[in-house]
Design a protein around this ligand. Sequence first.
Ligand code: PEP
Ligand code: MG
Length: 547
Amino acid sequence: MKAYKGNRVFEGYALGRLAVYSAIKVEKAVGLGKEKEFERFCHAREETVQALDVSYAEALEKLGEKEAALFETHKLMAEDLDFEDAVNAELDGDVTAEFAVQSAGEQLAEIFASMDDAYMKERANDVREVASRIISFLKKDVKGFVLEEPSIIVCDDLPSNELMKIDRDLILGIVFVKGGTNSHVSILTRMLEIPSLCGVDGMVVDESLDGVYAILDANKGDMIFEPESQVVADYTARKRSYEEEKEKLQAFKGKPTLSRDGKKTEIYSNIASSFEVENALKNDSEGIGLFRSEFLYLESSDYPTEDEQFEHYKRVVEAMNPRQVIIRTLDIGADKKIDYFDLPDEENPALGFRSIRICQARPHIFLTQLKALYRASHYGNLAIMVPMIISLSEVDFIKRTAAQARDELRASGIPFKEDVKIGIMIETPSAAVLSDLFAEQVDFFSIGTNDLTQYTLALDRVNPNLKEQFDPRHRSVTRLIKTVADNAHKAGIPVGICGELARDEILLPFFVKIGIDELSVSPAYTLQLRKRISEIDTKDVDLKDFI
Ligand code: PEP
Ligand code: MG
């Protein structure tokens, strides 16, 4: 029995045989001469482009515009002249078109992979995906990846178009040994709710794994090969009870979130892209508590325009209407770097030039975003939330820029809501300590416990060596949360929590007791939290146990 650890992409259990997915590997071979091989390449590229058009249309119908856009990107890559030049240069070596495409694709992928920008890095996989599509048209005799029985797919990475071709009913789970949690295919996997892991340390994907019996525990991040019968029995039972629990949770759909003694909390969703709104609705989320808008910027190769942003925000706001949608303004910097922002290198990026600080230094970026947000407000119940606040002067700046955005829209005759609520994230000790003053100035608070923990404990949240010490239940953090909640309520404004701590089962009774108005979590946790809250009687909760 062998075991590995990975990062969760989507929760759940899978028990079954492994099916190894690997991209077609082409050996170097002499071709039919440069001219003929170039002709073969052009023909295969044409077929690829046609197939991408079909995939685009299918994705548009099944998944929406955002996912479909990926196929447009791939089409542009296939037709890219730099790519054609690289293939041509390879063909000078008298090789086959297949080999030239593979080498050219690899060269371009390496260039993308070496870039600092996370978005550009992820494009390396797109180039490989396009190259492998062209190769599959050149090698018509080679059978593609086909699942014949329900299996756990193991791969280094899997192109999203390949995933879409596989019958969902035959996919028990997926292990992306090299993939990241925010790749396109990971996002797609979450949307399809497939138990899956990525970034599995030490695991090597090769054909010897094909057909091996394995257990995937995506809840804990474990992958177990050839388990003993006792382990199989144990996981079969865990999977059954997990599924029964999930089934029972359906009874909580359409119900308000109430504690046993009748205290109301709302369960909102955290999303990172507009198409995730489907998940929020499917899980009966009562609103969106955190739309991390920076992913729009991370997924673009240049500043997203006002119109582009407006379309994304509008989609979410319309889909959720009349439920509230809290959209967080740009939270760039620290671990989220974007090339086209041209941010300075810093000794301490988490304490550096980020979020509102960038917006103040480059107000046109903030103004564009605020105008897109106000435009979207016309279509439902939108609220604006600004991260990383430390001073009241920042709130003045936000209000001034928001007024300017409204003035400009009004002057252009564009409809928007005048009274959009403006709130701030409480994720620095400074904002928590001054929360009585902030509460007089803004419409709501949302506590970002990921950063609040990092800054209160002076512990880097992304440093793997500090994982053990990173304790968001630390009394210094819970005391700050209590202070913030009390100050919000004294001023008559609502307070939510949108950091990972919002779904902490140990602190849940504390949150309900102190009257947190809204907990914002990944959509998949909505019903689970509603059920847990229904079991809490706040009369039995002693605050001294938590602060
Ligand atoms: C937080 O800091 O708790 C938060 C929700 O924001 P992010 O994790 O995006 O920094
Ligand atoms: Mg934060």
